[in-house]
Design a protein around this ligand. Sequence first.
Ligand code: PLP
Length: 384
Amino acid sequence: MAAQNPHLPRAEVLVDTDALRHNIALLSGLAAASGAQTMAVVKADGYGHGALHVARTALESGASWVGVCHLEEALALRAGGITAPIFSWLHVPDEDFTEAVSAGIDLSVSSLAALDAVIVAVNRTGKTARIHLKIDTGLSRNGCAPQDWPELVMAAEAAQRTGWVKVIGVWSHLACADEPGHPSIDAQAKRLTEAHALAVDAGLRPIRHIANSAAVLSRPDLHFELVRTGIAMYGLNPMPPGFGGDELRPAMTFRARVALVKRITAGEGVSYGLSWTAPHETTIALVPAGYADGVPRALSGRMEVLLGGKRRPVVGRVCMDQVMVDCGDDVVREGDEVVLFGPGTRGEPTATEWADTLGTIHYEIVTGMTRPRVVRTVVPVGGA
Ligand SMILES: Cc1ncc(COP(=O)(O)O)c(C=O)c1O
């Protein structure tokens, strides 16, 4: 029989730019209602969706900043033609900021040592660096400890007076924004406000930013002048059910094509270890995507796919390159589309469903979808 859907790749991550646009418009609209600008967080290759096109789409749809973790990510975006402010926030002690300062990247500074390293780059390039001072307000991750803050602020103010740096922001990151009402949220906001006040008293005029997606959706009072939204932009809701974000549309679909269809008789085992045995004669569809393509092996015996308009169980173990689907007596054809996860609008599993089964978060599922042998296709899929 001739293969169906010959245009589909073997395995594909499909990124829906319409969904991205919809989500960014929604989130930046919420931020704008508070008078805040929106930073699109595209670290880790845009949470697996492709950093450059997500950045472009976001900037066309309401965002005016782009955020990443590392300098390499920031410089790749600049080289890709992004002219909007790009903020980079996690650096190593011996980081060379020369290229970043040259490229006008906004840099997070958490310590005197980091400030010194930035000033070295300023002196090399002759360009003023744009910096955001990070205060640790309670996450105990990156950021300046509160007891060291006055000294960092004084040093930054002196560096600004010299013309070496411009202090653009004072910022922090929330630990529990996805747990509405958690007392740490207000405690962290209070510490940020105090840290900002100290900077203002020192003569600086920085903006403030602390809100991630969860806070964009649930805490307009914490939007301040800028919000940093990641996961919700990709259409995945960080909030518990009943706390908003229901209009978000997941942008990523993971799909493949049936490589082979065969009948097996009752009692035949399927896949390594023969952990599943056909209870009766049945049709097995082989799907050429396995754990090397982003299907976690831990989903063996615990996942379904959408195939031929129906959800069907994956049986036996997930292999490196393939999974097997039990189709019963239904007619399925080689070449048919198999949706492993998607927005859920056709009844297919979602990244959230995978995460729940695995005991993890949807962030980890989509961010893991950067596999060299899985094609990424970026298209307006439409819908709504
Ligand atoms: C510092 C910082 N800001 C903002 C974000 C965006 O968070 P979210 O994806 O929950 O919106 C992240 C992501 O982890 C982050 O590390």
